[in-house]
Design a protein around this ligand. Structure first.
Ligand code: NAD
Ligand code: IPM
Ligand code: MN
Length: 363
């Protein structure tokens, strides 16, 4: 199979984890006889420095002309005081919006060999397997007006949470479609006791549910959901929620796996190329130290192989290799509790590549 992949490393640890992930994908290409062509583009802080724009037009056309996009992370203290349009994060939000990437899938699976790395009890996380379906191109991230102004002599700041019914319906349908190939349960998370948008969200979820009689739908308020994720995460199969709730709940849920450095994601549109990126950010506190955990990005590449290219065996091979390397006791610093070997980013990548070769050659 021949595929073109747009690679946007971004800032901070983005560069380190993406470099390793491209090597992993090259190994998959060699072992399974595919041709992956990687073409690099600029986004975020680096793009601001080079181009004065967090999302240069060139990067957008590269993404539109590729079969899938691999992204590291954007942001860092250097740009934290920039005006809103010149922040690295604006580039990430813009690529999501421009490519119509409304469905952000964030799978959370407990990894038995990492039980010690989690701050939660083993019996709470053992067997967790849930999928957060986060709406990614609407809600308070994109609503207008967004401004600060003087009103009656006082400074007033406004952010707007808005959704159309179509935006709500398509993400809820996505969640139900996923539930159909999983354990057939959808938990729709909202704040319907306060927000009008949540009340409409709930109405639409109830309507969509009529088309999926086999799927159980439950509604849960977001504050309770935050607590339930820690109290009893095994009650969840698919969680569907609006943009900001999903952002917050997914970082929280990452601790069920042991580290934010383990959580992968896919951002999908109705028809165009998908974007694959770790859930975590550019981690300025450890950037440039060859210390970051590359597994979230490597697992995002596995999602790319499966979701965008339908290369199921290849995607599974990456996931198996990651699990086996962890079982063998290899760890990066963030998951090092109880570790036999604490590795750098590049060493962890080498281990995953070694294991992929071993799996592929024994098939
Ligand atoms: P962060 O996710 O970058 O880091 C949070 C904590 O987790 C840090 O202690 C960090 O060292 C650790 N961590 C994150 N990824 C890790 C990995 N792979 N291996 C080991 N440790 C890891 O969040 P933050 O510190 O709140 O934000 C830093 C910057 O990243 C900000 O500019 C923010 O806007 C940006 N950000 C970008 C994205 C993205 O590009 N998708 C996502 C989140 C945050
Ligand atoms: C994420 C990040 C982004 C978000 C930021 C960097 C804009 O936190 O991908 O989860 O909030 O969506
Ligand atoms: Mn986030």
């Amino acid at each position: 199979m021949q595929k073109k992949i747009a690679v946007l490393p971004g800032d901070g640890i983005g560069k380190e984890i993406v470099a390793g992930t491209v090597q992993v994908m090259q190994t998959i290409a060699e072992q399974f006889n595919h041709q992956f062509e990687f073409e690099y583009g600029c986004i975020g802080g680096e793009a601001i420095d080079v181009d004065g724009n967090p999302l240069p037009e060139e990067t957008v056309s590269l993404c539109k002309n590729s079969d899938a996009i691999l992204l590291g992370a954007v942001g860092g203290p250097k740009w934290d005081n920039n005006p809103p349009a010149l922040r690295p994060e604006a580039g990430l939000l813009a690529i999501r919006k421009k490519m119509g990437l409304f469905a952000n899938l964030r799978p959370v699976q407990a990894i038995p060999s990492l039980a010690d790395a989690s701050t939660l009890k083993k019996e709470v996380i053992d067997g967790v397997d849930l999928m957060i379906v986060r709406e990614l191109t609407g809600g308070i991230y994109f609503g207008t007006p967004r401004e600060r102004r003087i009103e009656n002599g006082k400074e007033l700041v406004v952010d707007t949470l808005s959704y159309t019914n179509e935006e709500i319906e398509r993400i809820i349908r996505k969640a139900f479609d996923l539930a159909m190939i999983r354990r057939k349960k959808v938990t729709s998370v909202d704040k319907a006791n306060v927000l009008e948008s949540s009340r409409v969200w709930r109405e639409i979820a109830n309507n969509v549910a009529k088309d999926y009689p086999e799927v159980e739908l439950e509604h849960m308020l977001v504050d309770n959901a935050a607590m339930q994720l820690i109290r009893n995460p095994k009650q969840f199969d698919v969680i569907v929620t609006e943009n900001m709730f999903g952002d917050i709940l997914s970082d929280e849920a990452s601790m069920l796996t042991g580290s934010l450095g383990m959580l992968a994601s896919a951002s999908l549109s109705a028809d165009g190329p998908g974007l694959y990126e770790p859930v975590h950010g550019s981690a300025p506190d450890i950037a440039g130290q060859n210390k970051a955990n590359p597994l979230a990005t490597i697992l995002s590449a596995a999602m790319m192989l499966k979701y965008s290219f339908n290369l199921i065996e290849e995607g599974n091979t990456i996931e198996e290799a990651v699990n086996q390397v962890l079982e063998q006791g290899y760890r990066t610093a963030d998951i090092a509790d109880g570790a036999k070997y604490v590795l750098t980013t590049t060493e962890m990548v080498e281990q995953v590549i070694r294991q992929i070769k071993e799996i592929a050659q024994n098939k």
